[in-house]
Design a protein around this ligand. Structure first.
Ligand SMILES: [Zn+2]
Length: 294
């Protein structure tokens, strides 16, 4: 299992940190978890094409987690030229409605899709790429998930867990991916969630929202729906997580000295391996290795 971070930022515009996205390679399969604005650009920087992606999972439908959904589907469809199957997409309701409203007949991309499936120029390009006429529209297979569902494909599975975020307005999940004894857990966006400790127990890698310095929450709903660094350190220690990756990082952390303070304070509570997430970072499923000096 190869784990790389696409976007470690938030909705706040940033060139350094794009919005949420993670890519996991398992053999020939490529799983993407969340796809916020800019995450697709990072995917390209890693040399992964939309046509390589086989499964897309959304934790929730905040735009910083699904803003690049259109780019993924349209690019994959256009470049795939009928040679790659429709993407399998998983996430909470109303994923099916969103998918239909984006790509369905009369949807957001209707005029483009009509043009690209009708105009001679587009059809010529499509045939030059190896496509066979008539040209079909993209039809991603969107499957809405419920808490406790398990998506099982080949030798990996993804279990759907609870997260505490913007309910009841927005259903939000965490995901637990298992493959050959390796467990990857992604919190999605979550504040302190009563079931997360059990859900993340023993994870080789936990990628978790770390949104603010504990003690600086703006109000009670903020503290309930977003994660502070010390709450996260205590969670990861209690769950005996091997590698903890901080993500969904705000500009509050990206000031000289503050990151070091965060790491230092968390390391006094959490005894595993701590990774301060950066876009394009690869996370080992074992312990971090040392590079040779010479
Ligand atoms: Zn978010």
């Amino acid at each position: 299992m190869r784990i790389r971070l696409l976007g470690t930022g938030t909705p706040t515009p940033s060139l350094r940190r794009q919005s949420s996205g993670y890519v996991i390679h398992i053999g020939a399969e490529v799983l993407v978890f969340d796809h916020g604005f800019g995450a697709h650009h990072r995917l390209l920087e890693l040399g992964v094409k939309a046509t390589d992606v086989t499964h897309l999972f959304f934790t929730h439908l905040h735009y910083d987690h699904c803003g690049d959904y259109g780019r993924m589907i349209l690019t994959r469809w256009d470049q795939g030229a009928g040679e790659v199957g429709d993407l399998q997409v998983f996430g909470p309701a109303p994923l099916a409605r969103m998918t239909e409203q984006l790509f369905g007949v009369g949807g957001v991309y209707e005029s483009d899709l009509v043009a690209r499936t009708s105009h001679g120029c587009s059809l010529g390009i499509y045939e030059a790429r190896g496509g066979m006429l008539p040209r079909a529209r993209p039809s991603p297979r969107a499957q809405e998930l419920k808490l406790g569902d398990i998506v099982k494909q080949g030798d990996w599975s993804v279990e759907v867990g609870d997260a505490r975020h913007f309910q009841p307005y927005l259903t939000t999940f965490a995901f637990r991916l298992k493959h050959q004894g390796v467990t990857f857990v992604y919190s999605g966006d979550s504040g302190p969630c009563p079931t997360m400790e059990e859900f993340a127990r023993g994870a080789d890698v936990l990628v978790h929202m770390c949104h603010y310095l504990s003690g600086t929450a703006l109000n009670e709903p903020f503290a309930e729906s977003c994660m502070g660094h010390m709450e996260l350190a205590r969670l990861a220690e209690a769950a005996k997580v091997q590698n903890l990756v901080l993500t969904h990082i705000t500009e509050q952390f990206d000031k000289p000295g503050v990151r070091e303070r965060v790491i230092g304070e968390m390391a006094r509570v959490y005894s595993g391996n701590l990774f301060f997430g950066e876009d394009l970072m690869e996370i080992p499923v074992t312990r971090p290795g040392l590079a040779k000096l010479m």
